[in-house]
Design a protein around this ligand. Structure first.
Ligand code: ZN
Length: 217
């Protein structure tokens, strides 16, 4: 299985990616991790990457795609992989397709977990984090024993400005603008697998397992 996982902020991509990795024994690759690994490995791409980061520049799509595809060609990823957070744009998707095709390990499916904006705003808006120990809570899905306080140390939970409804709406708008074209792209390649992200975490996991199995047939 060679997968990408797509979906709006707050839909639970990260959680599902971890579960898929555990179930299918895939290598889990996020852009951030791949870039950090590339710098540590000190390979051919490390110099270009360091120059970009040191100059505070955005890492160009070509470089990100090259680093990710190099990583995909390493032994632990040859059984299969799941890409999380990449591609985000059409140009990245096209590069990924070209590069993986040349390696003979093109995508088997693009998982797209979706939920309406209102659901996502409610989910993200209910998050709270402990400034002392870093634990995360949610007032509906993972509430602390006493309202607004960390179970471990009693510290007052904090809400990120980024998680306020207006900020979330903006994040969703940017996401839709950049990522929506990817859905058409993967649909046209007949590898788009759509998942209902309004269900709970376990139900989404089962849905993914069933759909992937059907897709692989
Ligand atoms: Zn705490």
């Amino acid at each position: 299985m060679r997968l990408v996982i797509l979906g709006p902020p707050g839909v639970g991509k990260g959680t599902q990616a971890v579960r898929i990795v555990e179930r299918l024994g895939l290598c889990h690759l996020s852009t951030g991790e791949a870039l950090r690994d590339a710098i540590r490995s000190d390979g051919a791409n490390a110099k270009d990457l360091k120059a970009c980061l040191d100059a505070g520049q955005l890492v160009p799509d070509e470089l990100v795609a090259t680093i990710i595809v190099d990583r995909l060609d390493e032994p632990d990823c040859r059984r299969g992989y799941i890409l999380d957070g990449f591609p985000r744009t059409m140009s990245q998707a096209e590069m990924l397709e070209g590069l993986t095709r040349s390696l003979g390990n093109g995508l088997s499916a693009a998982l797209f977990i979706d939920a309406p904006d209102d659901v996502l705003i409610e989910r993200i808006g209910g998050r709270g984090t402990c400034p002392e120990c870093g634990r995360s809570y949610h007032h509906v899905f993972a509430p602390p024993a006493s309202v607004g306080k960390c179970d471990v140390d009693g510290a007052a939970l904090e809400h990120r400005a980024d998680d306020e409804p207006e900020a979330v709406r903006e994040r969703l708008r940017v996401y839709a603008e950049r990522t929506a074209p990817l859905l058409g792209f993967y649909r046209s390649r007949d590898i788009l697998v759509e998942i209902d992200g309004t269900a709970d975490v376990d139900a989404i996991e089962r849905q993914i397992a069933d759909r992937l199995e059907a897709h692989a047939r």
